[in-house]
Ligand binder design. Structure first.
Ligand code: GUN
Ligand code: ZN
Length: 448
């Protein structure tokens, strides 16, 4: 039995790349060499969590059998679920903290709130709120930093597994800094090994080794991280890089042998094509080149960078160098889980640097571009036959102002630009993970 979802469809297709979508102005047929698809009256068919057909309703409707379901989202937009390539699952209660930049913000607000995750009761409650908010905002995949404790981290693996979400996550390794959060290097590795063995490649889950940042790690810890990556070459790595000028100064003081911040991670073989580095705002020319040469992933977090006053990411350099970059919230330094708000801030950061970050680039970097950077594009990021059915339904009519703005919009780029400029959780009508509805604006939250 299949389910057919009828509505407008917008998706990038696998031939799209960061380079080949630059400067694209869709023609009136919206076919643009197959890099993306826009259908005014389209349909996707889903069976057992996998997309089995995408196309014009007038053509695909012939495949619908008596036993199949047809869900009518006519006039609403069906598009891939968003991927949030860098976020902290431990910071929901610390969102909206006043007045501090990165290092003081961490010490005053974040570290104290993360202590609560030693209890799995508090962890469960916070994760429940977080997942409901993610689905309400149309996010279906996350790269998440989890608590440093085994139990606190294990609970979110368990919950996301029940939802069958495609996630990349790991326990945050901290062996230097806040006394209540740190563990010994050996303990942090034992926790990492146990979680890796239990969860990596279980269902749709991938494990990420997650040394928080150089400042929270001793050299012994970084050495153990290197050993871990050598023992498990398929593992993801996630950390922070060049987010804030004081952070960079303190890192260079802590590791005086390092020529720059990136060199600390490089010394321990932590920079490769499965490493995801948050922020990357203040990279030197050499660091930019080394990140790109190694195929490392830059998780760009404009709402967070603006919130903490960390600086302006150089989209012009990222595009010129064809860097692998993916959009992310960095929740809860980013004070929103909405990828529309992230796309909007990315645009504004571009404007502050006198750079027009194109609309398609931003949608791409929240969906297929992110999936490609994370090497997950065989599974997610677009609505194509054979892909996993992670998609959202957008109802622009649910936002009066957006609806009014779109009355005279007849151009795909303007339509997408307006949605990302004015959209928020009010226009997410429904969210589907692996073909299962996990959010419906008209129903109470669906709990697992
Ligand atoms: N650097 C190290 N830890 C963090 C964190 O939790 N948030 C941000 N934005 N930067 C960090
Ligand atoms: Zn972060």
């Amino acid at each position: 039995m299949k389910t057919f979802y009828r509505g407008k469809i917008f998706t990038f297709n696998h031939t799209a790349t960061l380079a080949n979508i630059q400067g694209v102005i869709p023609d009136s047929l919206f076919v643009d060499e197959g890099k993306f698809t826009f259908l005014r009256d389209g349909v996707i068919a889903v069976e057992n969590g996998i997309i089995t057909a995408v196309g014009d309703y007038s053509i695909i409707k012939k495949q619908i059998q008596a036993e199949d379901n047809l869900v009518d989202y006519s006039n609403k937009l069906i598009t891939p679920g968003f991927i949030d390539a860098h976020m902290h699952a431990t910071q929901t209660s610390a969102v909206s903290a006043y007045g501090e930049k990165l290092l003081t913000w961490l010490n005053n607000y974040v570290f104290p709130s993360e202590v609560a995750f030693k209890s799995d009761i508090s962890a469960r409650r916070e994760y429940e709120i977080l997942l409901n908010q993610l689905f309400k905002n149309g996010t279906t995949s996350i790269c998440a930093y989890l608590p440093s404790s085994y139990d606190g981290a294990d609970v979110l693996f368990e919950i996301t597994h029940k939802y069958n979400m495609r996630v990349i996550m790991g326990n945050t390794i901290m062996t230097d800094g806040n006394d209540e959060l740190i563990t010994s290097p050996a303990t942090s590795m034992k926790i990492s090994e146990k979680l890796y063995q239990k969860w990596h490649n279980t269902g749709r889950i991938a494990y990420a080794l997650t040394p928080r940042f150089a400042l929270s790690c001793t050299e012994e810890t970084l050495q153990l991280c290197q050993d871990f990556v050598h023992a498990h070459p398929d593992v993801y790595i996630q950390s922070h890089l060049c987010e804030n000028k004081n952070e960079i100064e303190d890192t260079l003081a802590k590791f005086p042998w390092a020529e720059d911040y990136l060199a600390v991670y490089e010394k321990y073989d932590l920079v490769n094509d499965k490493s995801i580095y948050g922020h990357c705002i203040h990279l030197s020319d050499s660091e930019w080149s080394r990140m790109v040469d190694k195929g490392a992933i830059l998780a760009n977090c404009p709402t967070s960078n603006n919130y903490l006053g960390s600086g302006l990411f150089r989209y012009d350099i990222a595009i010129e160098k064809d860097a692998k970059f993916a959009l992310a919230t960095d929740w809860a330094a980013g004070n929103t889980l909405s990828m529309f708000r992230v796309m909007d801030d990315a645009y504004k950061v571009g404007m502050l640097n006198s750079f027009k970050l194109e609309t398609l680039t931003r949608w791409y970097s929240a969906t297929l571009g992110s999936a490609k950077a994370l090497q997950l594009d065989q599974y997610i990021g677009s609505l194509e036959v054979g892909k996993e059915a992670d998609f959202i339904v957008i109802d622009t009519a649910a936002n009066e102002l957006l609806n009014y703005r779109l009355e005279n919009s007849h151009d795909l780029l303007d339509y997408l630009f307006s949605i990302s400029s004015l959209g928020d959780d009010r226009i997410i009508d429904a969210t589907y993970v692996y073909g299962n509805k996990v959010y419906d604006i008209n129903l109470p939250c669906i709990q697992k």
